[in-house]
Design a protein around this ligand. Sequence first.
Ligand code: UDX
Length: 423
Amino acid sequence: MIVGVIGAGYVGVVTGAGLAALGHTVRVGEIDPEKVALLSEGRVPFYEADLERLTSEGIANGLLSFHVDNREAVSEAEIVILALPTPPAADGSADLAAIERALEGLTDALRQDVVVVTKSTVPVGSVARFQQFLEDRGARATVVSNPEFLREGSAVGDFFHPDRIVIGSRNQQATERLIEMYRGLQAPVLATDPESSEMIKYASNAYLATRITFANALANVCEHVGADAEAVIEGMGYDRRIGFHFLNPGPGYGGSCFPKDTRALVAIADSAGYDFKLLKGVIDVNEMQLRRIVDKVVSSLDGDGDAKVAAWGLSFKAGTDDTRESPALKIVQSLIDRGIQVVAYDPAVTTTPIDELEIVSDPVEATKDADVLLIATEWPQFASVDMGRVRDEMRGNAIVDARNVLDPEAMRRIGMRYAGVGR
Ligand code: UDX
């Protein structure tokens, strides 16, 4: 099949390179010429495991190409996948301007019977809205919903082994064409109407955010009653109705999806006349969780001037260099706002928008003369750093482990004061 992809961000590149690996001819349109130049050499402008290999293979096989002109990317395509950003507008609802601008420029370049796929997370009703938008401009295309469920850091694996493929369309032929495109993948296909498909994405992300927030709130209670949240959650997880995933307490969820999608679902509910109190509570508790970590760091400081914190981890989770809505970065910013000096180490992040933040290339070096060590991202390699050396480098002896990466007993044995989340 010939597939056009609009947008070479995380979703666009993973989907494009993945579909090329399934044997399709994929042309990706991207307005940023620098990105196109880089990608055309098989280099990916962000860190995602295995993606450079997949991209290079696609190019070498002659199946994957990148184009500055979107029209070139879609001219022969049977399927056009929209993978453009839908950033939150002021009221939390998703802003569809980027998608509509792209569609505007494409209307007369699309093949007559093309299937246009919305992969980006879009408000319920967007498929119908884009369908009308194209019809008003004389384009004969069928718009369908096919949400992505890719996790950063494991996006390539997620592409080839999805838990499910959701297709939202009232047009049987369009649905079948999409099923055909994904034929190389083994996953249950849920074919439903566009509105339900659009809602599935919000519902899944909001539910996962709620689970994390439940675990965080529970961990906070555990701290007060002397229970160990890790044990409590393990005990819950064995219940097959509950399971172990997405119950790790921490500094609150972050990243480019959960904060945006939870707010968007609240906005969708509000405009439909339903007050989604539960989800509003989740968002509030998530913000409180971040402040609790900041308070833990501040209260571990002795309080007599020139305080210094070593921060391990800046990305919003392990396995990525992405700092969008990163809890780690928000905590660091809030410490700096209080006049505290922060020196950070992250295995993947080397620059941030925070000018006052010093970033070093070694975890032990970051702890030199620090009063507190803060662990804000769950990079597994932090657990194997020589903590004896860290203790000797530090001025103080406090650890605030916002991701429960270290062993509290082992830390206490080497003379550190340890505060995790819920333990
Ligand atoms: C998420 C969804 O998982 C994915 O399906 C969707 O397409 C995009 O959004 P992603 O943002 O890459 O993916 O990250 P994810 O692994 O889901 O983690 C989101 C946030 O929750 C991170 O800040 C992470 O650290 C946090 N988290 C996750 C926890 O605090 N505890 C957990 O148990 C799990």
